[in-house]
Write a protein that binds this ligand. Sequence first.
Ligand code: URA
Length: 197
Amino acid sequence: MPMGKEELMKKLEEKIRNCRKCPLGKLRTNAVPGAGSYDAKVMFVGEAPGYWEDQKGLPFVGRAGKVLDELLAEIGLSRDEVYITNIVKCRPPENRDPTEEEIKACAPYLDRQIDIIRPKVIVPLGRHSMKYILEKFGFKAEPISKIHGKTFEARTLFGRIVIMPMYHPAAALYRPPIKEELRKDFQKLKELLSSAL
Ligand code: URA
Protein backbone atom coordinates (compact mmCIF):
# COMPACT_ATOMS: atom_id res chain seq x y z
CA MET A 1 0.00 0.00 0.00
CA PRO A 2 1.39 3.49 -0.82
CA MET A 3 2.48 5.58 2.16
CA GLY A 4 -0.06 8.16 3.41
CA LYS A 5 0.65 11.86 3.95
CA GLU A 6 1.22 11.42 7.67
CA GLU A 7 3.84 8.72 7.22
CA LEU A 8 5.57 10.61 4.39
CA MET A 9 5.72 13.81 6.44
CA LYS A 10 6.97 12.05 9.59
CA LYS A 11 9.76 10.42 7.60
CA LEU A 12 10.68 13.72 5.99
CA GLU A 13 10.69 15.53 9.35
CA GLU A 14 13.00 12.86 10.77
CA LYS A 15 15.34 13.32 7.83
CA ILE A 16 15.37 17.10 8.37
CA ARG A 17 16.09 16.68 12.10
CA ASN A 18 19.18 14.63 11.22
CA CYS A 19 20.31 16.66 8.20
CA ARG A 20 23.98 17.53 7.74
CA LYS A 21 23.79 18.83 4.16
CA CYS A 22 25.20 22.25 5.04
CA PRO A 23 27.36 23.74 7.82
CA LEU A 24 24.29 25.00 9.73
CA GLY A 25 23.67 21.36 10.69
CA LYS A 26 26.66 21.45 13.03
CA LEU A 27 25.71 24.77 14.62
CA ARG A 28 22.06 24.21 15.44
CA THR A 29 20.49 22.98 18.69
CA ASN A 30 17.42 21.65 16.87
CA ALA A 31 16.41 21.63 13.23
CA VAL A 32 12.90 23.01 12.71
CA PRO A 33 11.04 20.98 10.06
CA GLY A 34 7.68 22.75 10.41
CA ALA A 35 4.39 22.28 12.27
CA GLY A 36 0.66 22.18 11.71
CA SER A 37 -1.84 20.21 9.69
CA TYR A 38 -0.64 17.91 6.91
CA ASP A 39 -3.99 18.60 5.22
CA ALA A 40 -3.62 22.37 5.46
CA LYS A 41 -5.13 24.49 2.69
CA VAL A 42 -2.61 27.21 3.45
CA MET A 43 1.13 26.94 4.03
CA PHE A 44 3.18 29.80 5.51
CA VAL A 45 6.87 29.84 4.63
CA GLY A 46 9.19 31.97 6.75
CA GLU A 47 12.91 32.50 6.42
CA ALA A 48 14.83 30.48 9.03
CA PRO A 49 14.58 29.57 12.71
CA GLY A 50 15.69 32.15 15.27
CA TYR A 51 16.91 31.63 18.85
CA TRP A 52 13.66 30.24 20.34
CA GLU A 53 12.82 28.13 17.32
CA ASP A 54 16.28 26.57 17.51
CA GLN A 55 15.79 25.91 21.24
CA LYS A 56 12.36 24.33 20.84
CA GLY A 57 12.50 22.75 17.38
CA LEU A 58 9.26 24.55 16.42
CA PRO A 59 8.63 27.35 13.91
CA PHE A 60 7.66 30.91 14.88
CA VAL A 61 7.63 30.50 18.66
CA GLY A 62 9.49 33.76 19.43
CA ARG A 63 8.36 37.37 19.09
CA ALA A 64 7.65 37.22 15.36
CA GLY A 65 5.58 34.13 16.12
CA LYS A 66 3.37 36.14 18.49
CA VAL A 67 2.65 38.57 15.67
CA LEU A 68 1.83 35.66 13.37
CA ASP A 69 -0.53 34.15 15.99
CA GLU A 70 -2.30 37.48 16.34
CA LEU A 71 -2.73 37.83 12.58
CA LEU A 72 -4.02 34.27 12.27
CA ALA A 73 -6.48 34.82 15.13
CA GLU A 74 -7.79 38.00 13.44
CA ILE A 75 -8.98 35.89 10.51
CA GLY A 76 -10.22 33.02 12.67
CA LEU A 77 -7.40 30.59 11.96
CA SER A 78 -5.39 28.57 14.45
CA ARG A 79 -2.00 26.98 14.03
CA ASP A 80 -3.47 23.46 13.82
CA GLU A 81 -5.39 24.38 10.66
CA VAL A 82 -2.40 25.68 8.71
CA TYR A 83 1.14 24.44 8.07
CA ILE A 84 4.04 26.69 9.07
CA THR A 85 7.60 26.12 7.93
CA ASN A 86 10.72 27.94 6.77
CA ILE A 87 12.83 27.91 3.67
CA VAL A 88 15.94 27.11 5.76
CA LYS A 89 15.36 24.61 8.56
CA CYS A 90 18.36 25.37 10.82
CA ARG A 91 19.23 28.64 12.56
CA PRO A 92 21.92 30.77 10.88
CA PRO A 93 24.39 32.16 13.45
CA GLU A 94 23.25 35.43 15.06
CA ASN A 95 20.10 35.19 12.91
CA ARG A 96 21.95 36.44 9.84
CA ASP A 97 20.26 36.07 6.44
CA PRO A 98 20.55 32.58 4.96
CA THR A 99 23.14 32.32 2.18
CA GLU A 100 22.38 31.19 -1.39
CA GLU A 101 24.19 27.90 -0.65
CA GLU A 102 22.16 27.25 2.50
CA ILE A 103 18.93 27.94 0.63
CA LYS A 104 20.02 25.68 -2.22
CA ALA A 105 20.91 22.85 0.16
CA CYS A 106 17.71 23.13 2.20
CA ALA A 107 15.01 24.07 -0.32
CA PRO A 108 14.45 20.49 -1.58
CA TYR A 109 12.88 19.79 1.85
CA LEU A 110 10.41 22.62 1.30
CA ASP A 111 9.73 21.36 -2.24
CA ARG A 112 8.91 17.94 -0.81
CA GLN A 113 6.68 19.42 1.91
CA ILE A 114 4.71 21.25 -0.78
CA ASP A 115 4.40 18.06 -2.86
CA ILE A 116 3.13 16.03 0.10
CA ILE A 117 0.80 18.59 1.70
CA ARG A 118 -0.46 19.98 -1.60
CA PRO A 119 -1.63 23.33 -0.19
CA LYS A 120 -4.04 25.49 -2.18
CA VAL A 121 -2.37 28.70 -1.00
CA ILE A 122 1.27 29.41 -0.16
CA VAL A 123 2.12 32.55 1.79
CA PRO A 124 5.84 33.36 1.61
CA LEU A 125 6.77 35.60 4.55
CA GLY A 126 9.56 38.02 3.74
CA ARG A 127 11.81 38.52 0.75
CA HIS A 128 13.96 35.34 0.83
CA SER A 129 10.99 33.07 0.93
CA MET A 130 9.10 35.22 -1.61
CA LYS A 131 12.03 35.03 -4.04
CA TYR A 132 12.43 31.28 -3.74
CA ILE A 133 8.71 30.46 -4.03
CA LEU A 134 7.96 32.85 -6.88
CA GLU A 135 10.96 31.71 -8.92
CA LYS A 136 10.21 28.04 -8.22
CA PHE A 137 6.80 28.51 -9.85
CA GLY A 138 8.16 30.53 -12.78
CA PHE A 139 7.46 34.09 -11.61
CA LYS A 140 9.88 36.97 -11.24
CA ALA A 141 10.77 38.11 -7.72
CA GLU A 142 10.05 41.78 -7.06
CA PRO A 143 10.44 44.02 -4.03
CA ILE A 144 8.15 42.79 -1.28
CA SER A 145 6.88 46.37 -0.79
CA LYS A 146 5.50 46.19 -4.33
CA ILE A 147 3.94 42.74 -4.39
CA HIS A 148 2.81 41.92 -0.86
CA GLY A 149 -0.86 40.91 -0.79
CA LYS A 150 -0.95 40.26 -4.56
CA THR A 151 -1.82 36.82 -5.88
CA PHE A 152 0.14 34.68 -8.34
CA GLU A 153 -1.54 31.61 -9.75
CA ALA A 154 0.61 28.57 -10.54
CA ARG A 155 -0.31 25.26 -12.16
CA THR A 156 1.23 22.17 -10.63
CA LEU A 157 0.91 18.45 -11.25
CA PHE A 158 -1.61 18.29 -8.41
CA GLY A 159 -3.65 21.37 -9.36
CA ARG A 160 -3.68 25.13 -8.94
CA ILE A 161 -1.70 26.91 -6.22
CA VAL A 162 -2.21 30.57 -5.35
CA ILE A 163 0.86 32.36 -3.96
CA MET A 164 0.31 35.46 -1.83
CA PRO A 165 3.60 36.98 -0.59
CA MET A 166 3.53 39.05 2.59
CA TYR A 167 5.93 41.03 4.76
CA HIS A 168 7.79 39.02 7.39
CA PRO A 169 6.01 39.36 10.78
CA ALA A 170 9.34 40.34 12.41
CA ALA A 171 9.28 43.49 10.25
CA ALA A 172 6.07 44.50 12.03
CA LEU A 173 7.65 44.41 15.49
CA TYR A 174 8.95 47.97 15.35
CA ARG A 175 7.05 49.30 12.36
CA PRO A 176 3.31 49.81 12.96
CA PRO A 177 2.60 50.65 9.28
CA ILE A 178 3.95 47.23 8.28
CA LYS A 179 1.67 45.60 10.85
CA GLU A 180 -1.26 47.40 9.21
CA GLU A 181 -0.21 46.12 5.78
CA LEU A 182 0.01 42.59 7.20
CA ARG A 183 -3.46 42.96 8.73
CA LYS A 184 -4.89 44.03 5.37
CA ASP A 185 -3.12 41.19 3.58
CA PHE A 186 -4.48 38.66 6.08
CA GLN A 187 -7.99 39.94 5.34
CA LYS A 188 -7.28 39.30 1.64
CA LEU A 189 -6.12 35.82 2.58
CA LYS A 190 -9.36 35.24 4.46
CA GLU A 191 -11.37 36.23 1.37
CA LEU A 192 -9.24 33.99 -0.80
CA LEU A 193 -9.72 31.02 1.53
CA SER A 194 -13.47 31.49 1.59
CA SER A 195 -13.68 31.61 -2.22
CA ALA A 196 -13.90 28.40 -4.23
CA LEU A 197 -10.27 27.37 -4.43
N1 URA B 1 11.52 33.92 11.67
C1 URA B 1 11.34 33.03 10.67
O1 URA B 1 11.48 33.35 9.51
N2 URA B 1 11.01 31.80 10.98
C2 URA B 1 10.82 31.37 12.23
O2 URA B 1 10.51 30.20 12.44
C3 URA B 1 11.01 32.33 13.25
C4 URA B 1 11.35 33.59 12.96
